[in-house]
Design a protein around this ligand. Structure first.
Ligand code: SF4
Length: 328
């Protein structure tokens, strides 16, 4: 399988009056066609900024300060906005946490779907565009598609709006779909339906997916591999099975312990103590040091590198240094 996406040493910063915020710090990963990567971590860990860097939609005050992003064999960080517009929405699509903020309230669903086709498929006539929109609404499980095309976003439920967003993002059959917390604003039953839908669409179109979430439970069912992000860095990468059954990084242990389970009694949830570090501060120690119950003197003195902890499994933690004493 060829690599569809290669992110190499990506760093994205925001420049504020207080200084440089290193939101994404030297991040590297890749993705094959049809593969699903989950990026997990708390708010402020850099997962969404990583996605927006790939889309070249970084908020005001921010920019890529280092690294490369190769998509489909092309380095895209150097493209002009005009060149990027041809890729965005057509070859790389994104769905967001709250579809209400992305769908325009004053246009019908049909107008908004057709707009995407007008931009990327100028050769299509009105009837063909409408047919394609109907087929896609049908594909994402929206009943009475003909009627829905005439409706406005506020006339649909949250789950239906998210399905419309997915339909819009898939209209051009993108090679890569980035889903930024796509189920956070939905209740659990609809969450499961949306994840199942993404899974089906991935099977059908061989679309690669990056799913961004703070909830490791959401991705168990869909992801092939996981990047755990903390403080702008990837601290662990593993395939999904290894991450659940053999997690390596103390931060991942904390995330897994914080997951609610059906057999848990009340008050058994274990949140990770403390809060994420201030990204304005230059860090020359392990960024998880202040919250880690396994922290050692070496963790305070310098940053760990990546160490292999298994097959296709790496973690940024001193516990995996070759000289770290092995448990008997
Ligand atoms: Fe904890 Fe040290 Fe590992 Fe950081 S390097 S996660 S402080 S044990």
């Amino acid at each position: 399988m060829s690599k569809l996406l290669e992110v190499k040493n990506l760093s994205t910063s925001f420049f504020t009056k207080y200084g440089e915020i290193k939101a994404v710090n030297n991040v590297s990963f890749d993705l094959d066609e049809g593969e699903v990567l989950a990026i997990v971590g708390e708010s402020g860990s850099g997962k969404s900024v990583t996605a927006f860097s790939i889309m070249q939609l970084i908020a005001k005050g921010g920019r890529i300060v280092n690294g490369e992003i190769h998509f489909n064999g092309q380095e895209i960080t150097k493209l002009t906005e005009k060149e990027m517009t041809r890729i965005r929405g057509k070859e790389i699509s994104m769905i967001f946490q709250d579809p209400m903020t992305c769908l325009n309230p004053v246009f019908t669903i049909g107008d908004q779907m057709e707009e995407v086709l007008k931009l990327h498929f100028k050769e299509l006539g009105k009837a063909e565009r409408k047919q394609r929109c109907l087929e896609m609404l049908d594909k994402v499980g929206i009943p009475n598609a003909e009627e829905r095309l005439k409706q406005y976003p506020h006339e649909l439920s949250g789950g239906m709006r998210q399905r419309v967003m997915i339909a819009i993002s898939l209209l051009c059959s993108p090679k890569l779909l980035i889903a930024d917390e796509p189920t956070t604003a939905l209740d659990v039953t609809i969450q499961a339906q949306i994840i199942d839908l993404l899974k089906e669409l991935k099977e059908e179109y061989n679309t690669a997916i990056i799913i961004i979430t703070h909830d490791l439970g959401v991705v168990a069912n869909i992801a092939d591999k996981v990047n755990v992000m903390y403080s702008g860095e990837i601290v662990e990468t593993a395939d999904i099975r290894n991450l659940y059954y053999n997690p390596s990084h103390p931060y991942t242990w904390g995330l897994l312990k914080a997951l609610p389970r059906l057999d848990m009694k009340e008050n058994e949830l274990q949140p990770i103590p403390g809060s994420t570090p201030d990204l304005l501060l230059e860090m020359d120690h392990c960024p998880f040091f202040d919250r880690c119950e396994y922290a050692m003197e070496c963790c305070r003195q310098s940053k760990p590198e990546y160490y292999e902890t298994g097959e296709n499994h790496i973690a940024k933690c001193w516990r995996y240094h070759p000289d770290f004493p092995k448990e008997a």
